[in-house]
Design a protein around this ligand. Structure first.
Ligand code: NAD
Length: 253
């Protein structure tokens, strides 16, 4: 099976300046059929059209709330009918929040976990059986440097905890699905220039963060997208259960 005969699903890829959108482009450039699944249906369709036009591959843009089992099932049913089998799943949909621990309430904690952890569970649980059955799959989680260094970028404790939850999730899943030809890896980006912080990370706070990044700049979405695309290659089948830093040296361990 070549990449052209497989679909790569990228969740949360509607965001115009987001990591998911850049990943959809990079995967399409590598020949994958791409499916953009996002809360924002119009954005998902626009992303799919943009990716299809840029790379001459089929692309699907579908409404999907990863926290909602029915919504995930509906999107995957559409793909099952119209697209090649799913060969890669990029668990990119995520939300953050800077609320300090002494102010966070249970509802906010649950909201952060619902998207980052349970959302990734819901769609992975739905996609993994087909991958295991076909004997091929690539699953990539978007964790964060916040999971490794204990926050200190933008997200609060809830975000760091959820992103660390993804690391354990990915590692254990890698162990279970390895024998079935499915690899599971995480990428842990540092500060990437997207809209996830809603524009509030500016001024002195941003300058202080930049001072702690040896390569002297924020990350580009393409920096992360390239790594994800590499992990999704057929030739990357011996890489599993790993966490890849892409943080400009802001956390070296
Ligand atoms: P972004 O805010 O630009 O995009 C996130 C996308 O996820 C949006 O399109 C949004 O509509 C979608 N989304 C949110 N909730 C969803 C849900 N319930 N179902 C489906 N889609 C949903 O974010 P980004 O900066 O591109 O981040 C992408 C991923 O990378 C996230 O998981 C984030 O935590 C992680 N990350 C980002 C950075 C960074 O500095 N930008 C650093 C480390 C990790």
């Amino acid at each position: 099976m070549t990449a052209k005969e497989k679909t790569a699903v990228v969740t949360g890829a509607a965001s115009k300046r987001g990591i998911g959108r850049a990943t959809a482009h990079a995967l399409a450039a590598a020949g994958w059929t791409v499916a953009v699944l996002d809360l924002d249906e119009a954005g998902a369709k626009a992303a799919a059209d943009e990716v299809a036009a840029a790379h001459g591959i089929p692309a699907f843009g579908l409404a999907c709330d990863v926290t909602d089992e029915t919504s995930v099932a509906t999107a995957l049913d559409t793909l099952a009918a119209d697209a090649p089998p799913i060969g890669a799943l990029v668990n990119n949909a995520g939300i953050t929040s800077p609320t300090p621990f002494l102010e966070v309430d249970a509802a906010e904690w649950d909201r952060i976990f619902a998207v980052n952890v349970r959302g990734a569970f819901t769609i992975t649980r739905a996609v993994a059986p087909g991958m295991a059955e076909r004997g091929f799959g690539r699953i990539v989680f978007l964790s964060s440097v916040s999971a490794e260094r204990g926050g200190g970028v933008f997200g609060g404790v809830a975000y760091s905890a959820a992103k660390a939850g993804q690391l354990g999730f990915a590692r254990a899943l890698a162990r279970e699905l390895g024998p079935r030809g499915v690899t599971v890896n995480s990428v842990a980006p540092g500060l990437i220039d997207t809209d996830i912080t809603g524009g509030v990370l500016e001024g002195e706070r941003k300058a202080a963060l930049l001072a702690g990044i040896p390569v002297g700049r924020t990350g580009r979405t393409s920096d992360v997208a390239d790594l994800i695309t590499y992990l999704c290659r057929e030739e990357s089948g011996y890489i599993t259960g790993a966490t890849y830093d892409v943080n400009g040296g802001s956390h070296i361990h």
